[in-house]
Design a protein around this ligand. Structure first.
Ligand code: FDA
Length: 306
């Protein structure tokens, strides 16, 4: 039986990536979670979401990049993405991963790239730095604070994962700084010393951190598909008289569309994270790991293609 842990391990395999990416059927399966391969191909899906009252965060897929050439390509894509968002009048901001911008190569290179991206984004557009595995938590936060404090950039926010034991303190620090936070459970394979191994503890931590962010944070993004987390958020906001425009719910493209529409109908802000690009393999594997029954969806596509 393939479980979460094995799927997350497979997400790091370059050999499997080459095989899966070259396979027509798995490419078709990825399209359930990935909006398209090029910037041009995402306009349609983003417009559809915007027309339903849903805003978007666009992510160019790519992570763990090891060459300066690939990093430069990623920067160029983000710069043209901002032009595309303005020209097509899309209701969208962007998300990115620091390892796609050179964090593993040279921290200064990564910082300079972020400065270019944030400067090009201007005050109109917001950039969310995704949180990667725990090997990058501190370096991601360090770089974020450097941009926030030393660079004075205000169009940038970070992500905190409720499965990490350290997150309670990180949330307090980010609230004190006045920074915008997206809260999620966390999608990587982590050791028990760093992350709660049991779902009940991850969920309890999520609810604690959500309450802190709703009470004292700046426009938090409550990123989850879990009906229990969503109900807890709605109940806490109602009991504390926190208006729906002081936070937003966030979900991933292609997941729980029914819940996305319901939250919009109920008057809440809803943003969908829309990934695009050709480097979809690790992203797809993390989505399968969150719900191994998604594997059936891939298997069904394989059977249909025979
Ligand atoms: P949980 O995993 O408990 O799932 C609750 C329910 O949601 C499931 O029972 C199922 O119905 C549905 N569901 C969840 N995942 C599904 C899937 N893949 N397919 C089908 N149904 C699914 N992580 C991270 O480490 N760093 C980051 O920067 C981000 N960024 C991010 C942005 C946004 C907008 C979202 C929504 C999520 C992230 N994540 C992330 C991923 C996050 O950490 C987490 O892995 C997933 O959101 C799944 O957790 P849930 O909160 O949905 O709960």
């Amino acid at each position: 039986m393939i479980g979460r842990s094995m799927l997350l391990q497979m997400a790091n395999s370059k050999k499997l990536e080459a095989f899966v990416r070259g396979n027509r059927v798995s490419s078709r399966s990825a399209s359930r979670f990935v909006a398209g391969e090029t910037i041009q191909s995402i306009t349609g899906p983003v417009r559809d979401l915007n027309n339903q009252g849903i805003s978007v965060s666009l992510d160019h897929l790519g992570e763990s990049v090891t060459t300066k050439e690939e990093v430069a390509e990623t920067v160029a894509i983000y710069l043209s993405l901002f032009r595309h968002i303005s020209a097509d009048k899309l209701n969208a901001n962007v998300s990115l991963k620091l390892t796609a911008l050179g964090l593993d190569i040279d921290v200064q290179l990564c910082y300079d790239n972020m400065v270019r991206i944030l400067t090009s984004a201007g005050s109109e557009q917001f950039v969310r730095i995704d949180m990667e595995g725990s090997a990058y938590t501190q370096s991601t936060l360090d770089l974020f604070y450097r941009l926030w404090r030393d660079g004075g950039h205000r169009n940038v926010g970070v992500v905190i994962q409720s499965y990490l034991r350290r997150s309670e303190q990180d949330i307090e620090d980010l609230i004190a700084a006045g920074a915008r936070v997206r809260l999620c459970k966390g999608a990587y394979k982590e050791p028990d010393e760093l992350a709660f191994p049991d779902k009940a503890d991850v969920d309890a931590s999520y609810i604690r951190l959500m309450k802190r962010l709703l009470s004292d944070g700046v426009y938090p993004g409550i990123a989850t598909h879990d009906p229990a987390m969503i109900s807890a958020t709605r109940e806490y906001a109602a009991s504390e008289e926190i208006a729906p425009d002081r936070f937003e719910f966030q979900m991933l493209f292609g997941i729980r569309r029914d819940l996305q529409s319901k939250l919009v109908r109920d008057g809440y802000g809803m943003r969908v994270y829309v990934p695009f690009g050709t480097h979809w393999y690790p992203y797809l594997m993390r989505r399968l790991a969150e719900r191994p029954s998604n594997l059936w969806f891939v298997v069904k596509n394989v059977l249909r293609a025979r």
